[in-house]
Design a protein around this ligand. Structure first.
Ligand SMILES: [Zn+2]
Length: 441
């Protein structure tokens, strides 16, 4: 038998569902977009159309970015450095100027960066309202790169760029029909609520959620990023943030809540009970002065966690290793007697957890039958040796540029450190030109 791809002789592989197991001298066979075998020397002689040398490298399930904004890559460093609530008006002013060409160039740049860093999927919260074609442009950028993207489009009814109810549904239907009808697309259509209660009225939230249920679409929304959300909940007559979400019918396992820095201890069991996913975005929370999300308490309460970077304009870059490392640094720096969150937990949240938040339950683990979303990281550099515990090395020593190969659905998207699905110099040139157009508008 001849398989599509054989990653042969890996020094290490992080295999199985959690608790992850580290195996040595591993060979992974991939065919038809799926992992068909995770073995050892027994697979060494299997015929393959493509063979990748795994020596001095480690294979892990692909990383999933639980929260980002691909359309905000061209304004990296453009907005003033301010806390979230004073920073957002500048971001919305930029977002009003995003047209389909800018959206495509920005998202393509962001997705190229993400795959080179080892991400195989992301939830992209997209402010789709400035131009009707923007969400479709972002989807086209995802397909060009080959990164799995949940293109989550907003259709808000409050604030600048509000759209009518009919227009909202028409635009969202257009996204679903265009992406689901396209053979081999890596795009999954999602619904985004920019900020329930602030940018979407309760009626709009309810209507769009009914639409999402009807079309089998997952939802993501920003929440509890600063203390201001507590006032929002109080003004609506809710006794807590969790109560507010419950009455707004936003707590379920088909939803990803971005941030959640300011929940109170009594809120967390409610989030856990309803299975809502929470994307913890530690770098952006620090950048914007949001505060430090209580990661230890969330884990103890059984909240379903994944990790995210947030947009390039409030995180600087998309690096899954920085995301894991910063989450642990902030959680441990909080001090106290609680046990440290271990490196393996961060790795599980960034891969297995993210895959489930994304709704892709057949990814997130290197096991037979899983879709082949695999990241292979080189260990051949001074900062990476010696390796006593490869999960420790992945979280504390590896940086994005150590990623050697990324396979998404069996397709080699990053080969020897470079993204091979697009012409990277051309992607950068187009992004620079589009950023200039955005700046002068
Ligand atoms: Zn965000």
């Amino acid at each position: 038998m001849t398989v599509d791809l054989l990653v042969a002789g890996l020094d290490h592989a992080v295999v199985g569902p959690p608790p992850f197991e580290v195996r040595h001298d591993v060979t992974i066979a991939i065919d038809g977009g799926r992992i068909i075998s995770v073995g050892g020397a027994d697979l060494a002689d299997v015929e393959a159309r493509r063979r990748i040398d795994g020596r001095r490298a480690v294979a892990v399930p692909g990383f999933v970015n639980g929260h980002t904004h691909g359309a905000f890559a061209l304004d990296r460093g453009l907005e003033p450095e301010l806390p979230l609530d004073r920073w957002l008006p500048h971001v919305f002013a930029v977002s009003e100027r995003v047209d389909p060409d800018v959206a495509f160039c920005s998202a393509q740049l962001a997705y190229t960066e993400m795959v080179r860093a080892g991400f195989t999927a992301c939830v992209d919260h997209h402010y789709a309202q400035a131009h009707r074609g923007n969400a479709l442009a972002v989807a086209a950028a995802a397909d060009s790169v080959g990164l799995r993207v949940g293109v989550a489009a907003t259709a808000s009814d409050l604030g600048d760029g509000a759209v009518s109810s009919d227009e909202a549904v028409a635009r969202l239907d257009e996204l679903v029909d265009a992406t689901r009808g396209s053979d081999g697309s890596v795009v999954e259509p999602w619904l985004a609520l920019a900020s329930p209660g602030r940018r979407e009225s309760p009626e709009r939230c309810r209507d769009l959620r009914a639409w999402a249920d009807d079309r089998g679409v997952r939802t993501t929304y920003h929440f509890a990023e600063t203390t201001a959300w507590r006032q929002l909940a109080a003004d609506a007559g809710s006794s807590s943030l969790a109560h507010y979400l419950l009455t707004a019918e936003l707590l379920d396992d088909r939803s990803v809540l971005a941030h959640g820095v300011w929940f109170e201890p009594g809120d967390l069991p409610v989030l856990a009970e309803h299975g809502v996913w929470l994307s913890h975005n530690p770098v952006a929370n620090g950048y914007l002065g949001d505060g430090i999300a209580p990661m230890r308490s969330m884990l103890d309460a059984g909240v379903s966690l994944c990790l995210g970077t947030d947009g390039p304009n409030c995180s600087g870059r998309a690096d899954p290793f920085e995301m894991m490392r910063t989450a642990l640094i902030l959680a441990r720096a909080n001090g106290g007697d609680a046990p440290f969150i271990e490196s393996r937990t961060a790795l599980e949240l960034a891969t297995w957890g993210g895959a489930r938040a994304f709704g892709a339950a057949d990814t997130g683990a290197l096991v037979e039958g899983a879709r082949a979303d695999v990241t292979i990281v080189s260990l051949d550099a001074p900062h990476l040796q010696p390796v006593h515990d490869v999960i420790w090395t992945l979280v504390w020593s590896v940086v994005a540029s150590d990623v050697r190969t990324v396979v998404i659905g069996g397709q080699v998207v990053v080969d020897d450190g470079e993204c091979v699905t697009v012409e990277v110099p051309a992607v950068i040139d187009r992004a620079i030109a589009a950023a200039e157009r955005l700046r002068v508008r």
